[in-house]
Design a protein around this ligand. Structure first.
Ligand code: 0L1
Ligand code: MG
Length: 260
């Protein structure tokens, strides 16, 4: 019988990512895994990555929109980590064979100009810490079979993180009404979904405030220069070899990911 610990769960998830193999959710074997312990597993997973030379470059929020919450059947947002290795070079196709079952989702991305630490951060304070707003695409790749998981499972798995692509065009936050920012998601030139920034917690700055406040509970502040993915605006679409996925924003420009 397996003795489940934070270390073992982090090892199992790291191994699934390395071997590109999906596995059952951890809670199917360790039903006692609670949210606090799941964040410890996530932390340990990122410690492994930084020990292997990766650098933390920011954070991501997950399950901040109703579209994502409905699809995953989980109604709580979560935070997870971004490292430099997840940053995808513009113009280079995503190698889908290097992943398990990748999906792609459009996001509004913040770059922080100032440190942001909870508690009690409001959306207005959060937005004041932002130096740039950009368009983004996130590649997710759950290590769990068929993306079936509970909240502690997906937290432990660093919120299915695999990669992210940030658009070339930067805007100042005060230039935009981000809740009204429109996004059209195209696959191979066909519109498959649409959303506005309000999809993310009513306003993406609310998601940033949520990240600052919930990370503070775990003793972490958001640092200047960090990238923050505010969460999928729409449901994610499968990244199939040969396909091209584009998010077109009203004022943030366009970001495209080809898949090989
Ligand atoms: O941005 C997001 O909402 C990502 C959520 C991560 C969980 C998943 O969809 O696999
Ligand atoms: Mg996302």
């Amino acid at each position: 019988m397996t003795l489940w610990t934070v270390d073992h769960a982090a090892h199992v998830l790291a191994e699934a990512e390395r071997a590109r193999t999906e596995r059952p959710p951890i809670t199917s074997e360790w039903p006692e895994l609670d949210l606090r312990t799941a964040y410890q597993v996530q932390h340990r997973l990122i410690d492994h990555k930084t020990e292997n030379g990766e650098q933390v470059v920011g954070v991501k929020l997950g399950l901040t929109s109703r579209a994502k919450q409905r699809r995953m059947n989980i109604d709580s947002p979560l935070t997870a980590w971004l490292t430099d290795r997840m940053s995808l070079p513009a113009g280079q196709p995503l190698d889908t064979a290097a992943l398990i079952h990748p999906r792609v989702e459009p996001e509004i991305v913040f770059v922080l100009g100032h440190r942001l630490a909870g508690p009690g951060v409001t959306a207005t304070q959060a937005l004041a810490a932002v130096s740039e707003v950009r368009a983004g695409l996130e590649v997710i790749d759950s290590r769990y079979t068929d993306y079936k998981f509970t909240l502690p499972d997906v937290v432990a798995d660093n919120a299915s993180s695999a990669g992210f692509l940030v658009g070339a065009q930067a805007r100042r936050p005060e230039e935009l009404a981000l809740e009204l920012e429109g996004c059209v998601l195209d696959v191979d030139g066909e519109i498959v979904d649409t959303a506005t920034g309000a999809a993310v917690q009513g306003h993406p700055a609310e998601a940033l405030a949520l990240a600052a406040n919930s990370l503070w509970e775990r003793g972490v502040a958001l640092e200047p220069g960090w990238i923050v993915l505010t969460g999928g605006l729409t449901d994610a679409v499968p990244a199939r070899p040969g396909s091209s996925i584009t998010a077109r924003f009203a004022h943030l420009g366009t970001v495209t990911l080809g898949c090989s």
